[in-house]
Write a protein that binds this ligand. Structure first.
Ligand code: LFC
Ligand code: MG
Length: 443
């Protein structure tokens, strides 16, 4: 049973110097240092369990998010965990409706990332107290209880609570078999880590060869900065993987709408399944135009990693603006808001292919997509979860990949907990790693 009053919340700025090796680089983020605002909550309970939560950021952005977490802390301190999860919708709403902080959101940007970090820690603690990995906590939860975690405000025009209940009820059929299937075969994944934009052709070739050897069959390549480079890199990777394996492309918001269509027409010969983030993540109608223009070429549009909230996802779905929906465990308001998006995607029949290109994102989002398969979508058609091969060693319960699939985590919690030693070493700016990299820094 869930218990304890929250007695402490700490937040730390943890950064990894990934930009030095070009890891994670794309057409818009050329020097990404994979980072996290890392939240730990403690309770007055004697069990000593802590809830750990992250939100993914890049380098300097982390200090701003840390500030926002601190600004939200008073909503969490001294709360009884039973009261929080007993009426999670209200707690979610309390955090997202802070009369002063919502002005710099609402439910978007820094303040929403901070909300995600805090709520991810609450979910981690809840799952740990129940002794279950988060995906299993969700799978076993009574549908009414699950729905009581979701704030339906702004989405009832496309999904009412009753409709959501029906979806979950239908999802009960065959659940046991699907859970078994997950435990045996895992959830299919694709890899992005062969083809970051900052990698040389030699690196790309080496990583692609290694990935093929490891059994990967789905690959994503970064595009968007230079057409001739894209053509060369896409040819290289398509030649290596052959015509049957799946290739996706990701432009990270680089183009205008007509430019996206034109550019992708030139890359169509490499048969991409989707173009991801072709333009501004806020341009719902632009995505719809691109989707329509690229459909005859057999190219879908994928987006979501920088989609602010459930409202934008709602409109993307309403406008037929995406063919693959990419939830993100740290951009939306934690599990609570992601649940609403999974349910809307089910209603619209759009496959969810989560985003995981960042530190810790693979660890978290695997729980959501495994739950989605078992309890909501019931299907693997056109579905796969992103995987990047970076920084897993810093987590206490790193992801387990077998035959290019995510194996369901077994440890209790949300797999959010980082190794204390890693946190200390990478804390910015005083951790050992940064002290070496920033020699001239003053205290
Ligand atoms: C800066 C990051 O690595 C992004 O390039 C990454 O999240 C990417 O968009 C992805 O889809 O994995
Ligand atoms: Mg992307």
């Amino acid at each position: 049973m869930v218990h304890g009053r929250i007695s402490r919340l700490s937040v730390r700025d943890v950064r990894f110097p990934t930009s030095l090796g070009g890891h994670g680089s794309d057409a818009m983020h050329t020097d990404p240092d994979y980072s996290a605002a890392y939240v730990v909550i403690e309770t007055d309970s004697e069990d000593g369990l802590q809830g750990c939560g992250i939100t993914f950021t890049l380098g300097k952005g982390t200090e701003v998010v840390v500030c926002a977490v601190n600004a939200l802390t008073h909503h969490v301190l001294h709360k009884d965990l039973r009261d929080i999860v007993g009426d999670f919708r209200s707690f979610y709403r309390q955090l997202t409706s802070d009369g002063q902080l919502r002005w710099i959101g609402p439910e978007k940007g820094v303040v929403h990332l901070a909300t995600a970090a805090i709520l991810n820690a609450v979910w981690d603690l809840w799952a740990k107290q129940e002794g279950k990995p988060l995906w299993k906590l969700l799978v076993d939860m009574d549908p009414r209880m699950l729905l009581s975690c979701i704030d339906f405000r702004y989405i009832t025009d496309v999904l009412t609570e009753e409709e959501a209940y029906e979806i979950l009820q239908k999802g009960q059929v065959g659940k046991k078999e699907r859970e078994k299937q997950m435990l045996t075969h895992g959830y299919p994944a694709y890899t992005t880590s062969c083809a970051w934009l900052g990698y040389s052709d030699t690196t790309l070739k080496q990583l692609c060869a290694a990935a093929l050897k490891d059994g990967w069959t789905r690959f994503k390549v970064k595009v968007g900065a230079d057409l001739q480079d894209d053509i060369r890199r896409c040819r290289l990777i398509r030649d290596m993987i052959g015509p049957e394996k799946i290739l996706m492309m990701d432009a990270n918001q680089r183009w205008d709408v007509p430019e996206a269509v034109e550019w992708m027409s030139k890359l169509a010969e490499f048969k991409p399944l989707w173009i991801e983030e072709p333009t501004s993540p806020d341009d719902i109608l632009g995505h719809a135009t691109i989707s329509k223009a690229l459909a005859p070429l057999g190219i879908g549009v994928a987006t979501g990693e920088q989609c602010h909230n459930r409202v934008i996802f709602k409109q993307l779905l309403q406008a037929d603006a995406l063919q693959f929906l990419q939830i993100d465990s740290c951009r939306l308001g934690s599990v609570n808001e992601n649940l609403s998006v999974l349910l809307m995607a089910k209603k619209f029949g759009i496959p969810v292919c989560p985003h995981a290109g960042g530190v810790g994102l693979c660890e978290l989002v695997q729980h959501l997509i495994i739950f989605d398969f078992i309890s909501i979508s019931g299907s693997l058609k056109n579905r796969m979860c992103e995987y990047v091969d970076h920084l897993h060693e810093h987590f206490k319960y790193p992801v387990i990949i077998k035959q290019a699939s995510y194996m369901p985590p077994k440890a209790a919690g949300y797999s959010t907990e980082m190794k204390e030693e890693s946190v200390q070493k990478h804390q910015y700016p005083h951790g050992e790693v940064w002290k070496k990299l920033l020699p001239a820094q003053e205290d």
